[in-house]
Design a protein around this ligand. Structure first.
Ligand code: MG
Length: 379
């Protein structure tokens, strides 16, 4: 991996309100610094990450250390902290480095990719900027004293990307007092390319910024609901398998697999929530290898597919419709079995049953029907 990241998190910033520095305050369920780290770890373009912290924050930051995340103690100034982060990367000697303010937790993968692409294309330095769209005034004594032409003006953002050796040398040579790393780079004579910034990449400074960032992060959460329905007819036999539990009965259920009508309904509900078809699409009955298969492999596949798309199973509700066998005595074990197979806590799965008042095929005891609802959540 040729691109590293330095995330500067050593500030004591109190303008955002509260006694805790803003990078350790909670935002949409996690600390600001965790969101920022996650944004960089999610990018396939980024290798090692250095999180530069204040010595007083060692304890709160410790859980964030990981194989790809190194904690480094910063200096008294932002520039001092960046330099400490860059020096810590010397053994890794990355070709490029992105330097980012921890207080911008909404930097997107696309933005990170744009900065990396500019460096790959040959720029020694590249930083995101947003062209100004609002008019600019100069004020004096509470009145507008003049209009400032906004042509050619940009709002500077991070991550700012650099050739690693060039920015390290620039920081070592800089006398201090720079507002950001672009200023350090320019002082060393490096040209800095401007790439397109993004409006959502706000820097959390005031309490209002927390509310705005929270709105963005919550807005990304995706909740999906799917339903499944299945029927299997009775045939000769001495037991049925329902929701993974073998229940002795004077008849069996007929089907290509073990005919677990409850597990099939739940599996289809998960596929449905993902808009990924149904069991028949993933396990065609025309293939002999699924004959007599234990239905848990279908449910395991659906859950794994959900996870591959970033979703977890939040809850599921399964209803079995039959006159017999009696489901009530087995319902708890059925729910626990489904939960175990799906890899969720027992309380997230419900199994219940109803008769159909002796009406229809279920009422005539010709078979068992099942319906299921599943909720998937991508945080
Ligand atoms: Mg079925």
């Amino acid at each position: 991996m040729t691109t590293a990241a330095v995330i500067v998190a050593a500030g004591r910033g109190s303008r955002a309100g509260g006694a805790t520095p803003k990078q350790w305050r909670r935002l949409a369920g996690r600390m600001v610094a965790e969101h920022t780290l996650a944004a960089f770890r999610a990018s396939p373009l980024i290798g090692p990450i250095v999180l530069v912290i204040h010595p007083d924050d060692r304890e709160i930051a410790a859980p964030l250390a990981a194989e790809d995340v190194m904690l480094v103690e910063g200096g008294a100034t932002r520039a001092g902290s960046v330099r400490a982060g860059l020096e810590a990367l010397a053994p890794a000697a990355p070709r490029h480095v992105l330097i980012h303010d921890v207080a911008r937790p909404l930097a997107s993968a696309a933005l990170i990719a744009r900065v990396c692409a500019a460096l790959e294309a040959g720029a020694t330095a590249a930083a995101p900027g947003l062209a100004l769209s609002d008019a600019l005034w100069r004020g004096s004594g509470g009145e507008v004293a003049g209009v400032v032409p906004r042509e050619g003006l940009f709002r500077a953002q991070t991550p700012q990307g650099f050739d690693y050796r060039a920015i390290l040398a620039a920081h070592r040579a800089h006398p201090g007092g720079a507002a950001d790393d672009v200023e350090v780079a320019r002082a060393a004579g490096l040209a800095v390319a401007i790439v397109e910034g993004e409006a959502q990449n706000l820097k959390i400074t005031t309490p209002g910024d927390f509310a705005r960032a929270e709105l963005h992060l919550r807005g990304r959460m995706d909740i999906r609901v799917g339903n499944g329905f299945d029927v299997h007819r009775f045939t000769e036999g001495d037991h049925v398998t329902l929701c993974g539990v073998r229940v002795p009965h004077g008849r069996a259920l007929q089907g290509h697999s073990d005919a677990d009508v409850g597990m099939h309904a739940l599996t289809d509900a998960i596929y449905g929530a993902l808009a990924e078809g149904d069991i028949g699409r993933h396990f065609p009955p025309s293939e002999p290898r699924w004959k007599g298969a234990a239905s848990r492999i279908f449910l395991e596949h659906a859950v794994a597919l959900a996870e591959a798309h970033g979703y977890g199973l939040a809850n599921a509700d399964v209803t079995l419709i039959c006159e017999e066998p009696k489901i009530g005595p087995h319902a708890g074990e059925m729910a626990a079995t489904l939960a175990r197979i799906a890899g969720v806590e027992a309380g997230r799965i419900s199994v219940k049953a109803t008769t159909s008042e002796r009406l229809g095929f279920a009422g005539r005891k010709e078979g068992i029907a099942a319906m299921a609802t599943a909720t998937l959540v991508r945080p």
